[in-house]
Design a protein around this ligand. Structure first.
Ligand code: AMP
Ligand code: TRP
Length: 327
């Protein structure tokens, strides 16, 4: 029996942080053994926010390098830039014709960004392009953090709607949302999620941060009033976030950590967290340093060619179903 298909994407906007890693990337790597994995640097999505063209070229390549350094093997997974596979945008148009405006109006990510005054048509239809990314490959599973659940729901709706209207085409994809790590919080405000766009650099740890920077950021992380190491998001959100981070990097269940460190001072506990993060990031930093830009560019071009031929067969089938056979 052929393997199920996994698809996911990451935007080349800003530096990749441990939230991206623990919520998504790390699972991308793990799923490579069991599934046919397809991963994408979703550069067209990133254009929904104004980008400087020269900087954007660099950001795309850096994102590709980070994904490879984190452990995605481009000889095992299909890995490419979204913009180099035009089947994504064609399917996005077709799915757009099946999308109710009401469902786009409900998207919290769109609401948040348009409240900041950045609304444009691309931002509005962002979730439709995301659905196309997933469906053009007939993906079954989508490993993402918790902030993408609403977008995935739309993807599932669109798959079902298309299948009902035109006949069975798409599997209805399911999210792979990790039980822990799907929502790593800001180190400076543990009630909001760690984000690439937070102006406060101290709010996030980047995968390429020097060990000393990691130690400083963890050392300055906001903790809670009182003492004691407890896992309680209501009363101790700062410590709970650090516990979660430590648990994921040390592969130790949170309960065990609480048992072992319940009476530790915050300062001492933070040192443990910092060292676990430093150790966890070391192989990624060294893998990144050993990657050559040209090699990665070559791999990405090869990935795009392979992704195009894989997407093409489904494109033909979609065109036939909707009545665009080309004669
Ligand atoms: P993005 O940078 O928006 O393309 O996000 C890449 C992946 O990281 C997506 O699967 C997000 O759901 C995930 N992600 C982003 N921020 C966090 C966070 N703070 N905690 C866990 N996962 C996250
Ligand atoms: N919207 C996702 C994010 O911000 C990125 C993305 C685009 C994606 N297309 C996708 C994720 C398809 C999973 C599958 O993180």
């Amino acid at each position: 029996m052929s393997k199920q298909v996994v698809f996911s994407g990451i935007q080349p906007t800003g530096d990749i942080h441990i939230g991206n890693y623990l919520g998504a990337l790390r699972n991308w790597v793990r799923l490579q053994d069991e599934y046919d994995t397809i991963y994408c640097v979703v550069d067209l999505h990133a254009l929904t926010v104004a980008q400087d063209p020269a900087e954007f070229e660099t950001a795309r390549l850096e994102a590709a390098k980070m994904v490879i350094a984190a452990g995605v093997d481009p000889t095992t997974s299909l890995f490419y830039y979204q913009s180099q596979v035009p089947q994504h945008t064609e399917l996005s148009w077709i799915l757009g014709t099946l999308t109710q405006l009401g469902s786009l109006n409900r998207m919290t990510q769109f609401k948040d960004k348009s409240d900041q005054g950045a609304a444009n048509l691309g931002l509005y239809s962002y979730p439709v392009l995301m659905a196309a990314d997933i469906l053009i490959h007939h993906a079954h599973k989508v490993p993402v953090g918790d902030d993408q659940v609403q977008h995935l729901e739309l993807t599932r709706d669109l798959a079902e709607r298309f299948n009902r209207r035109f006949g069975d085409e798409f599997p209805v994809p399911e999210g792979i949302i990790p039980e822990h790590g799907a929502r790593i919080m800001s180190l400076q405000d543990p009630t909001s999620k760690m984000s690439k766009s937070d102006p406060n650099q101290g709010s996030r740890i980047l995968l390429l941060d020097d060990p000393d920077v990691v130690r400083k950021k963890v050392g300055r992380a906001v903790t809670d009033s009182g003492t004691g190491i407890e896992y309680n998001w209501e009363s101790k959100p700062g410590i709970s976030n650090l516990l979660e981070i430590l648990s994921l990097f040390s592969e130790t269940p949170v309960e065990k950590l609480v048992d072992a460190h319940a009476d530790k001072q915050y300062g001492e506990f933070k040192q443990l967290v910092a060292e676990a993060v430093v150790d966890g990031l070391a192989p990624i930093r060294s893998a990144y340093a050993s990657l050559e830009d040209e090699d990665v560019s070559r791999l990405m071009h090869k990935g795009a060619l392979d992704a195009r031929s894989s997407a093409e067969k489904f494109q033909v089938s979609v065109r036939q179903k909707v009545g665009l056979t080309g004669h």
